[in-house]
Design a protein around this ligand. Sequence first.
Ligand code: GLP
Length: 245
Amino acid sequence: IFSRAEDASEYLANHIIDKINEFNPSALKPFVLGLPTGSSPEGVYAKLIEANRQGKVSFQNVVTFNMDEYIGLSPSHNQSYHYFMYDKFFNHIDIPRQNIHILNGLSKDIEAECANYEAKIKSFGRINLFMGGLGPEGHLAFNEAGSKRESRTRKVELVKSTIKANSRFFSNDESKVPKYALSVGISTILDNSDEIVLIVLGELKKFALDKTIWGTKNDSNYPSLYLQDHSNVLIVCDHSAAGLK
Ligand code: GLP
């Protein structure tokens, strides 16, 4: 728990850098990193970019999988998660383009798109580290309330509160927010990842964070509760998210 969001971001960025650097670079397998969008991880991305510029970390041997993408937005749409990731992170680091994986929200065959994504993740073996954010109602990626523990990558319908929360990126117009998205499932995250890290910032996340840690296990109204099932989860948050003044 950090008093300032910036310090929380720096701590998590350094943690990720350490994990990448500790990983044997001569290994045949690349370091596999799961990534989120949202405003919370932006500070982490900024710190990772800075460290990459300073030569403290390289992404040459890193493969990434993003958590989710809106259905119906093209990669060039400035609110697509594809655009966000390139704009905030990938365009500024030394990662080979072929190492980046993001679900295609324009795919004509959603089922195949999701199945291929799962297969691609599997083809790399384990995800070394999955970073996530937390929705105000406890969603993880776009796994909304009611998502099953065994869920895999699929099409999801966004709930009203998510559409409302995300409308801030669509000129506060809820009608412009896509109603559906593609998202990795709870099982995709939990069962494939050696480590899960969450960045949780701001007072709006207080309730969800409290639930995540103290809620009754397997209450599917709060998908982040499933994290209690995993043996290696690190939550990095600021004072407001932790309910400390
Ligand atoms: C979106 C994303 C989530 C993210 C959440 C919180 O709904 N699909 O992956 O965790 O927003 O975003 P923010 O960090 O901006 O509050």
